[in-house]
Design a protein. Structure first.
Length: 321
């Protein structure tokens, strides 16, 4: 998020700040008047009178807010005064929302910081739902504007509550190398069974549907269901076995006392300046471990082509892959 904030393209973050600020003003004026928009209650103490536009300069750019008006002219949003504290709190809340999702407790705490005491949980839920829409817009944004030469696919496991139970959930993520900026970007993420080939197939079909093109190489673990899904969706694209996962698999065939030495030896393969030298070093490493660790040597023999697929690409791209 710090990198996104420093870049030129922060539309998704700016939209999140705007949505949250607008929802907070609606909650505040509803509390002041004793009724929400179009609501008739005995507690109503005033009348709305449309809205006025006001520019709000933040660290993510200028935002045009529609500030609600009341007939007696007594309303001014507390989030605009004092500006510094409110703006920092809003940006921090939106950034944390994008990283860790949104909770009503977090937004309620933000509202209290801005002086919006007495805000109801239902109003907090409305704010969260509006911000979730901005997050979903980022997740489903079109990808056709620039080519992504290389794509990484991976999964991590986290504890999450599902159906009133806390259980392990796989969070899968797709990263892409942006050929225009030279940086990696998040292309998509989802939660589901990472061992299920059908899940990976549905996940990958969602990326090309959003315009993902120009892919030359996909890097992932050697899970068969994932490999099958890549071949079915990204037809004609080269595949490389993730060397980090490969090293972990290799260390399972050696005792722990030798793990550090074996890992360092394998990494020398990827430090070679030329493709021929990398292949030669691979053979030397495989032959050198043949007598002491035959299972490791067999794994090196079988995985050479898959792990060294990146050698077919220009030398200047190796560090990116």
């Amino acid at each position: 998020m710090r990198k996104a904030q420093a870049s030129v393209d922060v539309d998704f973050l700016r939209a999140g700040v705007e949505a949250l600020a607008q929802a907070l003003m609606e909650a505040e004026i509803a509390r002041r008047l004793g009724a929400a928009r179009y609501e008739r209650t005995r507690e109503r103490s005033g009348e709305r009178n449309g809205s006025r536009e006001r520019r709000w300069d933040t660290r993510v750019g200028s935002i045009t807010l529609k500030v609600p008006r009341v007939r007696d002219g007594s309303y001014f949003p507390s989030l605009l005064e004092p500006r510094g504290r409110a703006e920092r709190a809003l940006v921090a809340a939106v950034q944390e929302a994008y990283v860790q999702r949104v909770s009503t407790r977090r937004v309620e705490k933000l509202a209290q910081t801005l002086g919006l005491s007495g805000i109801s949980k239902s109003q907090v839920s409305v704010i969260c739902r509006e911000l979730d829409a901005e997050v979903e817009r980022f997740r489903t944004r079109p990808l056709h504007e620039v080519p992504y030469l290389y794509v990484w696919l991976d999964a991590t496991y986290v504890k999450a509550r599902s159906n009133n139970r806390v259980r392990g959930q796989a969070v899968v993520i797709a990263m892409g190398f942006n050929a225009a900026t030279g940086q990696r970007e998040v292309l998509g993420l989802d939660v589901g069974p990472s061992e299920d080939g059908a899940f990976w197939l549905a996940f990958l079909r969602g990326r090309p549907a959003r315009g993902l093109g120009g892919v030359h190489l996909v890097v992932s673990d050697a899970h068969e269901g994932l490999k099958t899904a890549i071949g079915a969706v990204l037809v004609g694209v080269s595949w490389q076995r993730c060397r980090v996962h490969f090293v972990r698999n290799a260390l399972a065939h050696v005792p722990k006392s030798a793990a550090q030495l074996v890992a360092a030896t394998i990494r020398t393969i990827f430090a070679q300046p030329e493709p021929a030298m990398a292949r030669q070093t691979w053979r030397q490493v495989a032959d050198g471990f043949g007598s002491r660790y035959p299972k490791l040597a067999a794994l090196l023999d079988s995985a050479e082509v898959d792990v060294l697929a990146y050698l077919a690409f220009p030398l200047e791209h190796w560090h990116q892959i």
